[in-house]
Design a protein around this ligand. Structure first.
Ligand SMILES: NC(=O)c1ccc[n+]([C@@H]2O[C@H](COP(=O)([O-])OP(=O)(O)OC[C@H]3O[C@@H](n4cnc5c(N)ncnc54)[C@H](OP(=O)(O)O)[C@@H]3O)[C@@H](O)[C@H]2O)c1
Length: 240
């Protein structure tokens, strides 16, 4: 029986590592969604979408899957730090674009996913990738922190609604991956102390090789997707 995994931001970092991890299993089909396509595999299907452009997200649709599909999964992973810097110094249009990528798109995709698949006999799992920034007010990251706080609450409300409807076949979780060695970390280290006062700490983490490897994080995510009932809370953090 086949499993279908929709992963946003599958072109790089954690999303790409997760896609490759899942493709190792011949029962899995991975549907990647991002602006660029970097995976070539017989069971990988790519849809090119720029999540900053809301119209494109509204036009996205999930495929139909037969009733004997075992598991249908959505991983809202795509994310951007956007313009790092203090409020009052950001570009107005970047605020809208980053919130579209980090929060509006996951909300719309969650809505489309549940509308289409709620009555489907497969097990359904939605994993929203969050961050420690959801609960810490980091200067220079106002839009990123705000969007991840929104992701946590979106996940908690969606989970509560499934319980309210006694929908035991749908699991909704938010997972913070820890500090992972991806392009996003390179961008963080490229900021100045004026834009982000804690930048030195991130240089130190890299220098001391304390960043998580994306493949290790992907393995943990794949384990959680295979056993979502093992999560002790709706919002959790990966610890390696
Ligand atoms: N790395 C960390 O330390 C860390 C820590 C906590 C949370 N996270 C979260 O983990 C997730 C993945 O981040 P990462 O570290 O793997 O970063 P990454 O390597 O920069 O990957 C980001 C992904 O998001 C996609 N994306 C960005 N803007 C997009 C847009 N406008 N439209 C469509 N797709 C877009 C990118 O694809 P395209 O460029 O091809 O569009 C890329 O595949 C994010 O949600 C991030 O907030 C990361």
């Amino acid at each position: 029986m086949t499993n279908h995994y929709y992963i946003t931001g599958s072109s790089s970092g954690i999303g790409k590592a997760l896609a490759l991890e899942l493709l190792a299993d011949a029962n899995n089909v991975v549907h990647g969604i991002s602006r660029s396509e970097t995976i070539s595999h017989e069971r990988y299907r790519h849809t090119t979408v720029d999540f900053a452009w809301q119209e494109a997200v509204l036009n996205f649709s999930f495929e139909q899957h037969p009733d004997d599909t075992k598991r249908i999964v959505l991983v809202n992973n795509a994310g951007t730090l956007g313009d790092m810097g203090y409020l009052g110094e950001l570009k107005d249009e970047d605020i809208a674009a980053s919130l579209n990528v980090n929060l509006v798109t996951p909300a719309i995709l969650t809505n489309k996913f549940l509308r289409q698949f709620t009555g489907h006999p497969a097990e359904k799992v939605i994993i929203n990738i969050t961050s420690g920034a959801a609960t810490s007010a980091y200067d220079g990251w106002s839009v990123y922190c705000t969007s991840k706080a929104g992701i946590d609450m979106l996940s908690r409300v969606a989970h509560a609604e499934r319980l309210q409807r006694s929908d035991a076949k749908t699991h909704i979780l938010a997972v913070a991956p820890g500090v992972v060695d991806t392009a996003m970390q390179t961008q963080i280290r490229s900021s100045t102390e004026e834009q982000f006062s804690r930048v030195a700490k991130f240089h130190e983490l890299k220098k001391n090789q304390q960043l998580y490897n994306a493949t290790d994080v992907a393995r943990q995510l794949a384990d959680l997707i295979a056993n979502p009932a093992s999560a002790t809370d709706v919002v959790s953090r990966i610890s390696l």
